[in-house]
Design a protein around this ligand. Structure first.
Ligand SMILES: NC(=O)c1ccc[n+]([C@@H]2O[C@H](COP(=O)([O-])OP(=O)(O)OC[C@H]3O[C@@H](n4cnc5c(N)ncnc54)[C@H](O)[C@@H]3O)[C@@H](O)[C@H]2O)c1
Length: 311
């Protein structure tokens, strides 16, 4: 298949590109390198430096290549930035998505795959959230990701192309950026490797659902042939507190730096966890990477990165 991956120079997008290339697909990456890195883009993919807000150029590119699938991962991903500058967040996340949908419709793209956010869609969870649960976004970023979902569903019913919307839990793994939704794993990795104390906000008992990037990429492979017109949570159904996460990572490294407690940040979610039972039914997907295994791989990645810089 011929596939466009937007945000394909970023953490999750570049991992998906690697998997698509392994599966023999032909991939074009669009990315403006605002947080992504061209060096992360698979050499077998065509890289186009382009901003998804550029309606004309996005239209021309999609028209030229006649893609079977658009996989849209480019986004403004920083929740705090979305609070500080909701206009910028909306321009990238809403207008960028709209430009791609318009281009998909006029160029007869068959399927649109979208990275939405389960970590911000449901608010505080008293049990693993399911796709039909009420939407309670607590930040402009949560709103723009949900707006993207609604535009995709509307364009699909107007123009007939298929979609799969993924609502990711907190994705972690090699290449991750400390500013993303599961940025804490990257932050803790760097603290541990530098033998520095991490900040813990509040009690550290707030929970998140950490899903490994390789498992997320696998879901994106399955969505090429399954999961049509579905919105699917991609998480593990397991809650891990910030303190438990730190303790697991510290034990992998055999380190125990002192913790520095700070006041809880306003608006921070206390519990976030996603049920993946619908993804299992529709895609045959289940997470296969245990947290300890994924954290070890992530720590090794950051260690190698540090060694490469100091060489
Ligand atoms: N990381 C998570 O835990 C998580 C959770 C839920 C959803 N998501 C979504 O997954 C997607 C990928 O996130 P990530 O964590 O890999 O972040 P990332 O920052 O590594 O990837 C985003 C990519 O988009 C590119 N980009 C940003 N603005 C752009 C623009 N205007 N034009 C073109 N390219 C642009 C960046 O350069 C980057 O390469 C995002 O849509 C994000 O909202 C991530």
């Amino acid at each position: 298949m011929k596939i466009l991956v937007t945000g394909g120079a970023g953490f999750i997008g570049s991992t998906i590109v690697d998997r698509y290339i392994e599966e023999g697909h032909s991939v074009v990456v669009v990315d403006n390198e605002s947080s992504g890195k061209r060096a992360q883009v698979n050499k077998k993919a065509v890289f186009v430096r382009l901003d998804v807000r550029d309606r004309k150029k996005v239209g021309q590119l999609v028209h030229k290549h006649r893609f079977h699938v658009i996989n849209h991962h480019a986004a403004q991903i920083d929740v705090r930035h979305s609070v500080a500058d909701p206009h910028h967040d909306a321009h990238v996340n809403i207008m960028g998505t709209l430009n791609l949908l318009e281009a998909a419709q006029t160029s007869k793209v068959k399927k649109f795959i979208f990275s939405a956010s389960g970590g911000t869609a449901y608010g505080n969870c008293s049990r693993p959230a399911r796709e039909g649960d009420p939407e309670v976004p607590l930040s402009p970023y949560g709103v723009t990701k949900l707006a993207g979902e609604k535009y995709i569903q509307t364009f699909s019913s107007l123009y007939g192309f298929k979609f799969t919307i993924f609502r990711y839990a907190n994705v972690y793994g090699p290449r991750q950026d400390p500013h993303g939704e599961a940025g804490v794993v990257a932050i803790f990795s760097n603290k541990l490797l530098g033998n520095e104390s991490p900040f813990i906000f509040g009690t550290g008992r707030q929970t998140r659902d950490y899903v490994f990037v390789g498992d997320v990429a696998h879901a994106n492979v399955l969505a090429l042939s399954k999961g049509d017109n579905q919105t699917l949570n991609i998480g593990t159904g397991i809650e891990t507190s910030v303190l438990a996460l730190w303790n697991k990572m510290a034990s992998i490294r055999g380190a125990s730096p002192r913790l520095i407690y700070k006041p809880l940040r306003p608006g921070e979610l206390q519990r976030s966890v996603l049920s993946y039972s619908k993804a299992k039914k529709e895609l045959g997907w289940a997470p296969s990477t245990r947290l300890k295994e994924g954290l070890s791989a992530t720590l090794s990645f950051f260690e190698e990165k540090r060694q490469a810089v100091s060489r």
